[in-house]
Design a protein around this ligand. Structure first.
Ligand code: ZN
Ligand code: FE
Ligand code: FE
Length: 306
């Protein structure tokens, strides 16, 4: 990989895999995220090998880093309803099997909501599910996303994430994706004290587990537990926070995914701004922004719970 940031945004799978790759290139992105299946459930389409091969060629030609696929946020490994848990396990196992045709990337998921069972029971169920679906030797690392703590979400605190990792047998297949909006809403003040939050992450989980970032500003102040994403620089985190992240010697090496409420031209502008803050040469955003390629990419950001 080159020394450029590995940065991109959430894209729609509607046009296929190769199309997402071309869209990313048009945004000057070097990674992206996508839903592995329709968030409303149902069966996932089988992958077209030619489509995937073309995406892989694009990724090689343009020095992409790892992709950060996103499980549908409707999956809940720790639901109080056994059928829901069963569906989540089956869907994750299928998604991971399909990801083997796109090896070496990440699969990010929301640990789940324990509803009224309590966090301890939630963590137990999440571990059971992961122990069932992770296949030793698989080419995909599964990422637990840090959550805002809305409702009964598990994974707001670093301690909960550490407990999940502790309870999984093949923990070499697990990492963490830190969502800046979520951790701030969850009470970790990344805007005021990025180094302090990272030190806490290192103490509780270990910084080597941190594999990817979701870069989102937040509509709400630290500790709000709301999970409402905002465009970069327009919320409570601000550009100073994102500038510090892209200049941080460790964080700048991680894949960074935007899930901000934007159309493609807005994502192109945010990517250009992040590259500029990181000290890279960038073309003017207006030149590299294909405003109508590939439809809207904000499905998850709009719902505020990606
Ligand atoms: Zn979110
Ligand atoms: Fe998410
Ligand atoms: Fe996220």
């Amino acid at each position: 990989m080159s020394g450029r940031l590995c940065v991109g945004c959430h894209l729609s799978t509607a046009g296929g895999y190769a199309h997402m790759g071309r869209t990313a290139v048009g945004l000057d992105a070097t990674t992206f995220s996508f839903f592995t299946r329709n968030p409303r459930g149902g069966n996932a389409k089988a992958l077209d090998p030619d489509d995937v091969a073309e995406l892989r060629a694009t990724m090689r030609a343009h020095d992409f880093g790892r992709l950060v696929a996103h499980a549908p946020y409707t999956l809940n490994l720790c639901s109080a309803t056994p059928a829901t848990v069963e569906f989540a396990r089956r869907a994750m196992a299928e998604d991971l099997a399909r990801m083997e045709s796109l090896p070496g990337n990440y699969y990010n998921f929301h640990p789940g909501s324990h509803v009224k069972q309590g966090a301890d029971r939630g963590i137990e169920l999440i571990c059971e599910g992961l122990n069932q679906v992770l296949e030793p030797g698989q080419a995909t690392v599964v990422l637990l996303e840090t959550m805002a703590g809305k409702g009964s979400e598990v994974g707001r605190t670093f301690e909960e994430l550490a407990h999940i990792i502790d309870g999984v047998q093949h923990d070499e297949l697990l990492g963490v994706c830190l969502d800046t909006c979520h951790v701030s809403d969850g009470g970790y003040d990344v805007a005021a004290d990025l180094d302090g939050v990272l030190a806490e992450f290192d103490r509780v989980i270990g910084l080597d587990r941190l594999r990817a970032l979701h870069l989102n500003d937040s509509k709400n102040p630290v500790g709000s537990r709301k999970d409402r994403h905002e465009k970069l620089g327009q919320g409570h985190l601000g550009w100073d926070c994102f500038g510090a992240i892209v200049r941080h010697p460790f964080l700048r090496t991680l894949p960074m995914i935007l899930e901000t409420p934007n159309e493609l031209d807005g994502y192109a502008a945010e990517i250009a701004q992040l590259r500029m803050l990181a000290g890279e040469d960038v073309q003017p955003a207006a030149e590299s922004a294909p405003s109508s390629v590939g439809g809207t990419a904000q499905a998850c950001a709009k719902k505020g719970d990606a």
